[in-house]
Design a protein around this ligand. Sequence first.
Ligand code: BTN
Length: 246
Amino acid sequence: YGKTLEYLSSCESTQIIAHQLAQQLVPDGTVVLSEEQTAGRGRMARKWDSAHGKGIWMSIILRPDIPLQRAPQFTLIAAVSVVRAIEEVTGLNPDIKWPNDILLNGKKCTGILTELQSDADGIQALIIGIGLNANQEMEDFSDEVKDIATSLKLKKGSPVSRQELVRSILYYLELYTAIYIDEGFAAIKLMWEGYSTTIGKPVRARMAKETLEGIAESITDEGVLQIRTPDGKLHGIYSADIEMKN
Ligand code: BTN
């Protein structure tokens, strides 16, 4: 991945550029990377702070030949790839909060946003947006996020190489995607579960219309989180904000 690379000094959002490129038949693994985003976006219509030169603001265009309903698995493949890359390049050991938050000491250092282009023939493009806080200092974070966000530099105590991180993220994403296509989701799921802080814990899941509390029991082969509520029922969660209780 990354053989076709669009490298920008500034843009609104690499996701927007990637969506445009994806419609022009660019190859699988095309990467859009920007030093800064002026309107970086997060999940659930939130904004994503993307200060110039401080982090990795990147979107990857994938064209996997899989049915639409398996698309959420790619968020988990991306999360595992980023964690592996952070481990390799920095020696830090982040964990994953379902589905896509990468945390250091409970604070978010990376978010992943997966968006789709599809039609009657299925998936035309999967756009995986990765926002990784690399070299921010505390004062680089806005008041809104400073209690919940962190950077690799803050945790490590020294600057990290964004270039090495990009190389390593793309390497692992390509490797794990190949494993997934050849062998299925099981191997990815095992790795994901190994990094997860969510499974086996009491959680509160905030969704658009309701909030559920229970034990996060497992993820399914589709990447859906299963929460067991106190009445014994098992609920499949496709999209939510997860809060760890206690
Ligand atoms: C989240 O809400 O946790 C997901 C954040 C995703 C941010 C990345 S930065 C690169 C790409 N471009 C965007 O506008 N968003 C994603």
